[in-house]
Structure formats: C-alpha cells, structure tokens
Unconditional design. Structure first.
Length: 114
C-alpha cells in the first residue's frame, strides 16, 4: 500500500467563507483501497458530492467540490482519497442518481460530471 499526496489551492465559492490558502489531499491506494477524482462543471462549485457503494445499505459519503491548482490552471474537483475498491453510485442531487463508477484496488478512478 502506498500514499500519494497532492498539493492544491483551496478557494471558497466566489470568495465566500474563509478558505485555507493551500491544502493537500492524501490518496490511500492499495490493500483493497483506491481513490476517486470527480471533475465537475461550474454548477457544482461550493457544493458537496455524495456517493454510495453499490450492493450495500445505501449509506452515502460526501466530499466538497473545490478549485485545485494544476499546471494548466484551476480545475474544479471532488476527491475521495481512500475508498474500498468497489462500484459506487454518484448522486447528482439528493434524489437524483448519477453514473456508476468503479474504484479499482491500488489505482485512481476519474469521472466528469457536467
């Protein structure tokens, strides 16, 4: 098992709130775990994205959507840094089911939401 750490800037939506000037996200990969990075459109800015593991009780976990600094500029992302390898339903709203994504063991799944 290994951990990947990513540096990024952390800004609140339209200057709202008191965002940290920088932060990092640790990705815990291997040993039955993987990560999920969701790239979002502007409509998700400042919101949280929820996912639930397929074949379980439907318990949802969530993470915030934030600007992340890259060499190509800021990108809106939601990062789930450590998940059991499995299939997950991405919720596009409280009652709106979105796509299903497979989080692989020891790797990173990526998904775009518009």
């Amino acid at each position: 098992m290994h951990t990947v750490t990513t540096e990024h800037s952390h800004e609140g939506p339209s200057g709202i709130g008191t965002p940290a000037s920088s932060a990092s996200v640790a990705l815990d990969l291997g040993g039955g775990r993987g990560a999920l990075i969701i790239y979002t459109s502007e409509r998700y800015r400042g919101r949280e994205i929820e996912i639930s593991r397929i074949g379980t009780d439907g318990h949802r976990v969530h993470t915030g959507v934030h600007d992340r600094a890259t060499h190509a500029g800021a990108v809106l992302t939601a990062i789930f840094g450590s998940l059991p390898a499995a299939d997950y339903l991405v919720w596009q709203g409280a009652e709106t089911e979105g796509p299903v994504v497979t989080v692989p063991d020891g790797a990173i799944a990526e998904l775009r939401l518009n």
